[in-house]
Structures are given as structure tokens and as C-alpha cells.
Design a protein around this ligand. Structure first.
Ligand code: ADP
Ligand code: MG
Ligand code: ZN
Length: 622
């Protein structure tokens, strides 16, 4: 926030402080006027001839006794002092005391009368002070508004936040961004333009205005935008769109205005709006509060983008992982009309990313980044950065100077399977887990075209009591039906083993069942893998491409079809279950061997699994 917000605050606090002092002194003065006594008491003392003088102001009466008077404790407490008092004050009953003046005169009391409304300077101030305060605050607000345009309420609150003003000049370049070659290629043109806008236009380049980076979280959108600024050596003004939306209506729009005004001041420059979907959702599709505010902000954004002069060398970049919800108006020509799609990295890119992030980390000679890259399918740049970090922490904990392959492997396990948990587990439960995981691993090893078993463990991790980790040999983009059918069996393997050994099933397989159901649903509804239904797709079970969450279901098929889909999904799962159960029972010796090895060693890697299985089949042959 700028200094503007502090000034009124400071002044207000100061005024309050002064006010406090002021009231303090008034109250103190009042206390000096003596103890408050009842009117009857005053009358008693007057009749006794003990009143020396009085001062009257309206109904208020104060004065002094001739002799100090002992007061009951309560009355004395009020004035907060001694019990003896010579000065006092009281109020004359509003009904009046017709004989008071005569009695005062009779007792020879000195009487002073003051105007009833009190014209002392103090009293006037007391009346005016609250008004002065209100006017003062209002004046400061007005002053702030004049400086920032009419809709900016409360001075600095409306500014788009400190980040905008520290228009950063990033030092990251394309060399810090691993992979993403196509994206970099597309953005190189933007860099050329920002470096020398005149030359770029002279050779007839189409001036870039709005570029939308689309991709899953953590894939390097922000990094890439900063790298464009770094490559071109221009100012980078960034804000997260969620920062536009505050509780004050109109703040978002004024922040947008402010952001663009600042970008224009430091041309050539890049404005980067992160999480564009926070303001950019289709208008009229919002829900509940803050909706108008968002629309206002979006409208302001659109009009700012339209209002660019061709000579204003400002490029607007934005990032989102929800391009599907963006208002179409944002994607019109002259606005965000260039899309740069960023995908999750494949293993070659992952290796490059690991290389970038291990530049400053001393690696042991045994580390092969390609192996780590192949073992981390689906991980994004941010995940890999976290992995390297985690490995470095593990190395530091081991008190060694270099990060070894083992550190990286342990870091990877932690990220993929959750941290190890230390909990007390009964032997029975351990045995159950061992057979469950052995079931998964066995089926995975027995069925063809499944992903190799990388690791099996019965050490509790994350929320699971045990984990069987399979890793594909390479990134896969297409999955044949046979692979998926076998995959169903592998997932059901744990439950099948439990059934076979304990003749019972446990709740531990709940997650497996959920996975199986979802997979079968997709096979039938999206990939046309059911023969009865054929090559059709249905919205059922559809997921958001990046977020992996289910989209609202919109039924576009008949009840009969819905019934058939249910039947097909159930049949797929039932067949897989049957097959798995047969497979596990015919290989019970192997299952026992794996479970025993797990109980003993707790964690088996892929190689050890193969060894155990080989020994078991030899024993069976003899
Ligand atoms: P996004 O904006 O897409 O959510 P970020 O750009 O914030 O992702 O990426 C988070 C971090 O992950 C970056 O700071 C960077 O360290 C790392 N990262 C992501 N992608 C890459 C990449 N391609 N090369 C190097 N580092 C990357
Ligand atoms: Mg980001
Ligand atoms: Zn399981």
C-alpha cells in the first residue's frame, strides 16, 4: 500500500489520542469540583449553616463547605479520594426549590451564577470536536480520491496492491524454463516485439496484445511469463486476478484501471494476470455474492484492453487452468487472441527440469536424472522442484554434502505415496495389509502388459496402511483395452487376496473400489470399450481435463441407455473380479511368499518382488 492509506489513519489515531487527553482533563477538573452529594444532604448542610459559597449553572450547583464533611464511602468513591471533603456538587431538582435563594441569602452564602449553557471555551470545543473529527477524516478521504479517481474508496485500499508498483524486472530467462519448446517458440515473437517495437512493426509483424497461457497448475505458466519479460528486459507487472476482487464494490475495476495506468507509464511492459478465471468466468454464469463486482472488474479489463493505443507497447499475458469457463468476450480478436497451451512435461522434459533445479545442488556421481525423470510420470515442474528440495533436506538430515540417488528416491516416494507415518499397528492388521498389497503386486506381475511393480510397502504412508507402486516404463498417452482390463484386475488384487486368505473383505479396499468404478465408468462411457454399447461417448463420468474433477452431469441419453451403461460397468468389474480371484487362488504359494517377505522386510522393490516370486515357484516345482 502507498503512504496515502497511512496518513488518514495516523491522523485519526492522533485525534483520538488528543480527544482522550482532553476528556481526561475535563473529567479531572470535574473531580476537583468536589464530591457529588445528594440534594437533601446539601440542604442539611445548608440548614446547619455549613455552606460557605455556591456556584450555580442551570440546575448544576457546586460549592464549598465551611467545615470538612464526612461522606458515606460510596459518595466518596465517586470522586475517588478521601472521605473528608470541603467542596461538593449536586443538582437542583428540576421541579425547583422555591425557598433555595431565600435560604442561601439567610445563611449568608456567597452565590455566583453562570449562564446555563456554559459558554466556556472548553464547552464549545467539546461540542465541536466530534464534528471536527468527522470533517477531518472526510477531507482526507476526498484528498485521496482526487489523487486516484472518483471510484477509489478509502484512499489506498483501492490500489492494486504493492506488487503492481514494484514493477519488477525479472532476471529469469528462457534458459531457466526447461522443455516447453513450442511455447517458447511462440513467445519468442513477443520478446522480439518488446525488445524493439518499431523494428518489429516495420518488418510487418502482427503486434501481440493478449496472450493466454493455458495449462495445469505448476507447469510453469508464471515462470514462462516472467521469462518473457526477462528475455526482453521489460517491466513485469503482475497480479493475481483473485486480488482484484475485494469486499468493496468497485475496487476491482479501479485496480484494473490502476494496473493499466502503471503499465502505460513504464512501456514497454508486460501485464501478467494470474488465475484469469477468477474474474474472467462467463458473465451471467456466476453464483451468489460478489458477482456484480466480478462483472464490473471484467468489463473494466475488457475496456482497458480495447483502449490500447497501437503505440502503447504493453503486452497483456494471463494464465489459467480453466480455459473452458472463460467469458468468450475475453478471447475475441484484440484481446486474448493467442493461446499458448502448456502440457505436463514428458520424461525428457522432466529430465531437463530436474537439471535446471539441480544446478545449485551438489549431486552424487550415482545420480541418474533420467531414471528419476522416468519414474515420475505426471509430475509437473513445481512437483519436481519440490522433489529436489525434499531430497536436499533429506541429505542435510543425513549430514552429507551431496544428494544421492537414494535421497531422490525417498523424496519421490514421499511425494507420490505420502510421508511415512509412525503408528502402532497390531500384527493381525499388518498381516491383512501384507496380503492386500501382495495381492496387488502378484496380479501386476502375473498379468501381461501391466505397469512394472516399482515398490511394495506395508509402512503406513499418507492415509494408506500400505502402498503398491507401479510405474510405467514410459509416459503413456494411449491405453489399449487389454491394458485397462488388466489394470482393473490389479486394483482388485488386494481385495481378492483378502477374500482368499481371510475369507472376508475389509474396509481397507474402499479406495480400490472407487478407482475401479471410475475406471470402468470411463471405459464404457468415454472410450467406447463396451461391445454392447459400442463406439459412443456419454457425458457420464467426464472429468475436467486439468483439474481431474467431475463436471456437472448433463444427461443426454435415454433411461434405457443409462440402464445398459450400468449393466456394462457392473459386468466389466464382475468379470475382472472373477478373473482376479482365480488368478490369486491358483498362485496362492506365491501370494504367501510375497506376504511373508513383506511382513519381514516391510518394503520390497521391484527386483526383490521378482526374487521372491522366483524362489516361490522353484519351491513349488520341487
Ligand atoms: P504455474 O504458474 O503454471 O502454476 P509456476 O510457473 O508457478 O507454475 O511454476 C512453479 C515452479 O515450478 C516454478 O517456480 C519453477 O521453479 C518450477 N517449474 C515449473 N515448470 C518449470 C519448467 N518448465 N522449468 C523449470 N522449472 C519449472
Ligand atoms: Mg502460476
Ligand atoms: Zn489396495
Amino acid at each position: 500500500m502507498g503512504p496515502t492509506i497511512w496518513r488518514p489513519l495516523l491522523v485519526t489515531v492522533l485525534l483520538l489520542f488528543l480527544l482522550d487527553l482532553f476528556y481526561g482533563s475535563v473529567v479531572k477538573q470535574a473531580a476537583e469540583r468536589g464530591a457529588e452529594i445528594s440534594y437533601s444532604r446539601f440542604r442539611e448542610e445548608l440548614d446547619a449553616g455549613n455552606v460557605k459559597d455556591v456556584t450555580l449553572r442551570g440546575f448544576y450547583l457546586r460549592g464549598n463547605f465551611r467545615q470538612p464533611v464526612k461522606l458515606p464511602a460510596a459518595a466518596a468513591d465517586k470522586k475517588g479520594g478521601a472521605n473528608d471533603t470541603t467542596s461538593f456538587n449536586t443538582y437542583i431538582p428540576s421541579l425547583g426549590d422555591s425557598t433555595l435563594m431565600a435560604d442561601l441569602a439567610a445563611r449568608k452564602v456567597e452565590v455566583t451564577a453562570l449562564p446555563a449553557d456554559g459558554s466556556s471555551g472548553m464547552n464549545i470545543l467539546l461540542y465541536l470536536l466530534p464534528w471536527l473529527l468527522i470533517i477531518g477524516v472526510w477531507w482526507f478521504v476526498m484528498k485521496g480520491m482526487k489523487a486516484q479517481g472518483p471510484s477509489s474508496l478509502m484512499g489506498g485500499f483501492a490500489r492494486s496492491g504493492a506488487k503492481t508498483y514494484s514493477s519488477e524486472h525479472p532476471h529469469v530467462t528462457f534458459s531457466d524454463v526447461a522443455g516447453l519448446n513450442e511455447a517458447k517458440q511462440e513467445l519468442r515473437e513477443v520478446v522480439e516485439y518488446l525488445k524493439d517495437p518499431k523494428k518489429f512493426q516495420m518488418i510487418g509483424g502482427k503486434v501481440p496484445k493478449g496472450i493466454l497461457l493455458v495449462g495445469p497448475p505448476g507447469t510453469g505458466k508464471t515462470l514462462l511469463a516472467r521469462a518473457v519479460a526477462g528475455e526482453a528486459g521489460v517491466a513485469f507487472l503482475s497480479i493475481s486476478a483473485s486480488q482484484f476482487i475485494e469486499m468493496f464494490v468497485g475496487v476491482g475495476a479501479s485496480r484494473v484501471r490502476d494496473l493499466f495506468a502503471n503499465a502505460r507509464k513504464s512501456v514497454p511492459s508486460i501485464i501478467f494476470i494470474d488465475e484469469l478465471d477468477a474474474v474472467g468466468r462467463s458473465r451471467g454464469a456466476g453464483f451468489g455474492g460478489g458477482h456484480d463486482e466480478r462483472e464490473q472488474t471484467l468489463n473494466q479489463l475488457l475496456s482497458e484492453m480495447d483502449g490500447f493505443d497501437p503505440h502503447e507497447e504493453v503486452v497483456v499475458m494471463a494464465a489459467t487452468n480453466r480455459p473452458d469457463v472463460l467469458d468468450p468476450a475475453l478471447l475475441r480478436p484484440g484481446r486474448f487472441d493467442r493461446n499458448v497451451v502448456i502440457e505436463r512435461p514428458d520424461w525428457r522434459d522432466r529430465e531437463q527440469i530436474l537439471k535446471v533445479h539441480t544446478r545449485k545442488v551438489p549431486l552424487a556421481a550415482d545420480v541418474d536424472l533420467a531414471v528419476i525423470a522416468k519414474g515420475t510420470p505426471g509430475m509437473t515442474g513445481a512437483d519436481l522442484e519440490g522433489l529436489v528440495n525434499e531430497a536436499a533436506i533429506l541429505a542435510a538430515r543425513d549430514n552429507v554434502q551431496v544428494v544421492t540417488g537414494d535421497h531422490l528416491e525417498r523424496a519421490k516416494d514421499k511425494i507420490l505415496m505420502g510421508g511415512e507415518r509412525h503408528m502402532v499397528i497390531s500384527f493381525e492388521e499388518k498381516r491383512l495389509t501384507a496380503y492386500h498389497e501382495a495381492g496387488h503386486a502378484l496380479v501386476a506381475r502375473l498379468l501381461p502388459s501391466t505397469d512394472p511393480v516399482h515398490k511394495v510397502t506395508i509402512i503406513p504412508r499418507g492415509r494408506a496402511l500400505g502402498v503398491t507402486q507401479q510405474l510405467p516404463e514410459d509416459d503413456r498417452y494411449h491405453y489399449p483395452r487389454s491394458y485397462l482390463v488388466n489394470r482393473l484386475c490389479v486394483i482388485l488384487g488386494g481385495r481378492a487376496a483378502e477374500k482368499l486368505i481371510f475369507n472376508d473383505v475389509s474396509t481397507g479396499a474402499q479406495n480400490d473400489l472407487k478407482t475401479v468404478t471410475e475406471l470402468a465408468e470411463k471405459m464404457v462411457c468415454q472410450w467406447g470399450m463396451s461391445e454392447k454399447i459400442g463406439a459412443m461417448t456419454f457425458s457420464r463420468g467426464e472429468e475436467h481435463p486439468f483439474l481431474g474433477m467431475k463436471l456437472a452431469e448433463e444427461k443426454t441419453f435415454s433411461e434405457e441407455m443409462a440402464w445398459m451403461i450400468d449393466q456394462e460397468i457392473a459386468a466389466l468389474i464382475r468379470n475382472a473380479e472373477q478373473r482376479t480371484l482365480e488368478l490369486v487362488s491358483t498362485n496362492k504359494t506365491k501370494l504367501d511368499a510375497l506376504a511373508e517377505a513383506l511382513l519381514e522386510e516391510e518394503t520390497l522393490d521391484g527386483q526383490r518382488v521378482d526374487e521372491v516370486l522366483a524362489t516361490a515357484s522353484e519351491a513349488a516345482r520341487m
